[in-house]
Design a protein around this ligand. Structure first.
Ligand SMILES: [Zn+2]
Ligand SMILES: [Zn+2]
Length: 408
């Protein structure tokens, strides 16, 4: 596309004048920022975003929307609007696609569009609301638009994402579960061969995996006195310590697991429609099904009262008592999912009648399931049945909330 002759922007007087005053405004602001210090510098930075970048992003969004509808970007040879934005507006593919999505969704969310244009909410807040509309439909967002915007104005975009995810979960629990399952499918971790003495690690985890890793690293992250290590170096050292710690520990699956704390309401544990998502300590949310899986064996769930997420009623730890766990391991010997032989160290004690539905923590109601199979039972709708002769069978889900491939 680079060979295409680029046409100059429309040469009307009004357009030229607007560009000139925009440039003049930027220069005036640059001079203020240069001369500012202390509090005034902070305020100048706030105004750069509130009076400049965010309202301009709103202007950009409304223009992108009209350009999208007219299809005029094709006149320059671009195959899609995203391609055109990458090429002509110098955006990465991800950044371009995000702008197109925001532009399309904001048309259906007038309050958000106005708040964005006024600088009341930032671009990243608008992205979060647009994503929610993409996931559960703009009509559902419009019903709670005022309260979402109110939250957006008092929170940074990261905190606000938690509020929006909770909202999505309340409106569309099946959709939130599908999204979590999709994120889980994208997980990978890769350790390269050493090159020049360095081994490169890369990967992505779903929200639950990320929270588990973060909380496992936390105890090893503390800086030592006069610590000259960077944050990245401390993280790398913490990972090594965690691995040494892990390989030296008792090799049975009983006892406390890496601590993952989830805050969940009674409604969420009971699987009541419209219940909020579970909130991971340290950020992120997980669907009700994931909360129920953790309630089954491993994590610590902080239960909060009906809808009162702030008021903590009690703690409940579902870790099996050691004697029960030992009896379970000697009966089942490995994951009981048909065809699976993963050893007890990989396994949770699954409650056949879920603990959240009143099932007892006693041998006849328990089964060893490896983590991937435990996940399939709770999050992907599989049903595990124990027959009279003690064998297990697994019944596939009636209706798919699933991604196409499965790893277990
Ligand atoms: Zn379970
Ligand atoms: Zn298994």
């Amino acid at each position: 596309m680079a060979a295409v002759q680029v046409q100059r922007a429309p040469g009307t007087q009004r357009f030229e004048a607007a560009v000139a005053s925009l440039r003049a405004g930027v220069q005036a602001m640059a001079a203020c920022v240069r001369d500012a210090d202390g509090d005034t510098l902070g305020e100048a930075l706030v105004q750069v975003r509130e009076a400049g970048i965010d309202p301009l992003e709103a202007v950009f969004a409304s223009g992108v929307r009209r350009f999208d509808k007219s299809g005029d970007y094709r006149a320059e040879g671009a195959l899609s609007l995203t391609d055109w934005l990458r090429w002509r507006c110098k955006l990465s593919g991800g950044a371009a696609a995000e702008r197109v999505e925001v532009a399309r969704q904001l048309e259906k969310l007038p309050q958000t569009e106005a708040a964005f244009a006024n600088g009341d909410v930032g671009y990243q807040h608008a992205v979060v609301i647009a994503r929610a509309a993409e996931h559960v439909g703009a009509a559902a967002v419009r019903k709670e638009e005022a309260s979402l915007l109110h939250a957006a104005q008092t929170m940074d975009p990261g905190q606000f994402t938690g509020v929006a995810k909770n909202f999505e979960h309340r409106v569309d629990a099946a959709g939130a579960l599908g999204e979590a399952n999709h994120a889980y499918q994208r997980r990978y971790f890769h350790i390269s061969e050493p090159v020049d003495g360095l081994v490169r690690l890369d990967g992505v985890l779903d929200a639950e995996g990320g929270a588990t890793l973060r909380s496992a690293l936390q105890p090893f992250m503390k800086p030592i006195t006069d610590d000259a290590r960077t944050y990245g170096q401390r993280s790398a050292d913490a990972l090594m310590q965690l691995c040494r710690h892990g390989s030296g520990s008792k090799r049975d699956g009983a006892g406390p697991r890496p601590q993952l704390i989830i805050r969940a309401s009674v409604d969420t544990l009971a699987g009541i429609p419209g219940a909020p998502a579970g909130e991971l300590d340290g950020g992120g949310t997980v669907p009700a099904e994931t909360v129920q899986r953790h309630a089954c064996d491993s994590a610590i769930i902080r239960i909060t009262g009906q809808g009162e997420l702030d008021q903590e009623l009690n703690h409940a730890s579902r870790t099996l008592p050691a004697p029960t766990r030992r009896a379970l391991e000697s009966r089942d010997r490995h994951c009981v999912f048909p065809g699976c032989t993963r050893p007890p160290i990989w396994c949770d004690g699954h409650h056949l009648v879920w603990w959240t539905r009143g099932g007892a923590t006693a041998l006849p109601n328990l089964a060893l399931l490896c983590r991937p199979h435990h996940r399939m039972v709770h999050e992907e709708g599989w049903r595990l049945v124990r027959h009279k002769d003690g064998r297990f069978s697994a019944i596939p889900p009636p209706r798919s909330v699933l991604p196409t491939s499965r790893s277990a």
